[in-house]
Design a protein around this ligand. Structure first.
Ligand SMILES: Nc1ncnc2c1ncn2[C@@H]1O[C@H](COP(=O)(O)OP(=O)(O)OP(=O)(O)O)[C@@H](O)[C@H]1O
Ligand SMILES: [Mg+2]
Length: 200
């Protein structure tokens, strides 16, 4: 128990205006991702990651842990090992997020999109409301399987149209032969920014 808490406690985050700046962390942590609510680190010599939430988003640690407990036996979701008041520990997923796939030109197939659909259906059948499903929250593993991460908002009541819209864009644009299979990250980030501005 103390091991992961010590790791989380070593993470020092400072506010710089609206931005969060990572000031310090133990050497055994390697930063592998950052989102709107947390820094994510791989723990050295393990296949685990620790997601340390920003002080302003601490409450999501418990929320996300509760959702992971509901989907623990479902292969589309990571395993959770522990959680604390500002962190969760889950397994490291080797692969590329859909965002990485689009910016690197790695082809995404309809099979993968259908797997995401299956993951959503299973989560719904367990009483959850899968929300905030976007390109950086879906990983295609090195074995070609789908893993869904960042489930903190799966218990919210509000309906979230993001996945529906992404799926529509996949079939309406991405699958067309002339549509580019590699897109610049600034373009994807701009679309995501405008989408959130207009629809949230
Ligand atoms: N278990 C994992 N294995 C590998 N990479 C991960 C894992 N968890 C998170 N990441 C990476 O870290 C990034 C940020 O993680 P996560 O989506 O959980 O943070 P967040 O702050 O909740 O994001 P959001 O901005 O979507 O709310 C992910 O997009 C992914 O690239
Ligand atoms: Mg995320």
């Amino acid at each position: 128990m103390g091991f992961y808490k010590d790791l989380a406690d070593s993470v020092v985050i400072q506010n710089k205006g609206k931005k969060k700046v990572l000031i310090d962390h133990k050497d055994t942590l390697t930063l592998i991702g950052v989102g709107r609510s947390a820094f994510v680190f791989k723990i050295k010599n393990t296949n685990k990651v620790i997601k340390v939430f920003f002080p302003t988003h601490r409450h999501f640690a418990y929320e996300e842990a509760m959702v992971y407990q509901v989907v623990q036996n479902i292969d589309y979701f990571p395993t959770i090992y522990e959680f604390g008041w500002n962190y969760i520990v889950i397994n490291y997923i080797e692969g590329y997020t859909l965002f990485d796939c689009l910016t690197r030109g790695i082809q995404v197939s309809a099979k993968e999109i259908k797997e995401v659909e299956s993951a959503i259906l299973v989560a719904q059948s367990l009483g959850l409301n899968p929300s905030d499903i976007h390109l950086r929250n879906i990983i295609i593993t090195t074995e070609g399987k789908i893993k869904m991460i960042d489930v903190a908002r799966f218990r919210q009541a509000k309906l979230c149209p993001q996945w529906e819209d992404l799926r529509t864009a996949f079939y309406r644009f991405y699958t067309k032969p002339l549509f580019p299979k590699r897109l610049p990250s600034f373009l994807l980030n701009t679309i995501a920014f405008l989408y959130k501005r207009c629809f949230y």
